[in-house]
Design a binder for this molecule. Sequence first.
Ligand SMILES: [Ca+2]
Length: 651
Amino acid sequence: MKRMRRTRLVLGLLVLVATFSARADGQPNLLFVLADDLGWADTTLYGHTKFYQTPNLERLAKRGMTFTRAYSASPLCSPTRASILTGLSPARLGLTSPNCHLPQVVLEATPGKKAAPNQKVLQPDPVTRLKTEYFTLAKALKEAGYATGHFGKWHLGPEPYSPRQHGFDVDVPHWPGPGPSGSYVAPWKFKDFDADPGEPHQHLEDRMAKEAVAFLQKHKDRPFFLNYWMFSVHAPFDAKKALIEKHRARVDPADPQRSPTYAAMVESMDDAVGTLLDTLDRLGLADRTIIVFFSDNGGNMYDQVDGTTPTSNAPLRGGKATVFEGGIRVPCVIAWPGRTAPGSRSDALVQSTDFYPTLLEMLGLKPRPGQTFDGRSFVPALQGRPFEREPIFTYFPHAPGVPDWLPPSVATHQGDWKLIRIFHGGAGAAHRWKLFNLRDDPGEKNDLAAKNPERVQQMDALIEKFLADTKAVVPVPNPDFDPAKYHPEEEGRQKNRKAGNAKASPGAGPSGQAVGGWTAVKDCSLTWQEGALVITATGNDPHLAAQLPKPLPAGPWVVTMNLSSTAQGKGQFFWQEQGVQPPFFRERSVVFDLAHTSQAQEVRLEFTAAKPVTAVRLDPAQAAGVIRLTSLRVAAKDGKPAQEWDFAKRP
Ligand SMILES: [Ca+2]
């Protein structure tokens, strides 16, 4: 019923707007700028930073409306990105984890199969590609005659799930990874995308802005959709040297925001916004281009750079990968020339799932017959009219071990209230809840659930209806749960990372310790537990090595690993060639991506050895955490195994 009413309302408004926007000079253009991991307090828009400087976002804000309560649909990359392009909730998409760069193709979410006995629930196994059957925002605009271009990070799947299959005419640099390849400052490592000649230290965001400018120039005379999805300010944490030094001189050691590298990254991000605004002005397009600025999730509070976390989301609680406000409340500015009041602000509750229906309405376009959205148009808010919306939902059935982490959860915002349901987190297998009043308590310090059972019940009924409506694959009680192994006091504590992790000394782990033929070399310890080699990483460079019982011949090899991780960063696999020094070296290694969501995954990589292989080394992560390796196999191209470690059995 609600859906029908909503559809009727949207259609009614669409008719109105269609009449309005029949302009002699044609359709408005759309520039959608998405920052990566930029927190709510990482811009000067909300008055909560003394350290970062975002003059170009201020400039954009003067042209349009700044939203103080805008939310990403997920606290992590891929799900929010999918919600923007489809108008659908990650719960409905089954795309709930940032796994879209991993090799395995999963197109339907399924209930979880296995969890450690200290886990109360089985997390669902999520989708790893945005299916091309969705009629994305890009396809809708392309069909309406727009030139469509995607620039920057995608993270919704490599070919055949890339921007090119999702409605974009062009895609630069056509890169499926979760962050820049290599670094921000050239030389970077993208395939077929190097720094410009004569600019050996070019900054990636400068280059991407330059590419976007070329797109604007090329399409200035027709409607265009420029989807500028910045690499900034996601890891790796590096930036222009001169900017780092400039901000180093401004650091206040008492400020929780004190990484000069991150401040430099924010500045390069803001510079790119400036370049795009300058270009729209220069080409005379500013008065007919709608501009959206948004971030895909909150600021990163778990990595380490310059001896501190990349940022702080204070006064909000938590950060990226948590459903607390710091993970999901993000900066948002929308400039709609002639419609949004310049320099205006809105407290309306809006979410990334709302962009698609909102933008269609702004552009005077209609959804396809039968097309529905989980989001709704907030055009009334943009026009300064009352906008009372239904609750929004944040579905996050995973539990990466970052500070303020929660077990698999779903949250809903209704007015000033926010309810978090922790799936089966209570006594018996009952759910557990946290309730906050964000008007009185934006930092989510006072859990009011026990005092307000009726409100909990009412809002949890909304959650239940949402999960049923979206056909979400939900966490279910873990049949292997063992209360003796459950440690509720560890909830919210960063897993296995010592305070001041960046200072963890090289070789902090008990080096030399060996299990099943593998030796802990640095920053880790090894044990065998319950069918896995458990690698407890204690620093930023954990690695272990194994001598092969007999050398493998030179030639191509395929490595397959099954593992899970609660750490961070990339993995790297090295092989040692007979008589070659140094034994393990970058040129004889393969860097690989893995998900640090504590879920089991298979990693497959290939290498070609020039000489016989005598030993191998595994660097499973770049941070503290626990990695469970259940098997590692080296096989010939035809699949014939040459060396296998199966940790299902006690070594
Ligand atoms: Ca992100």
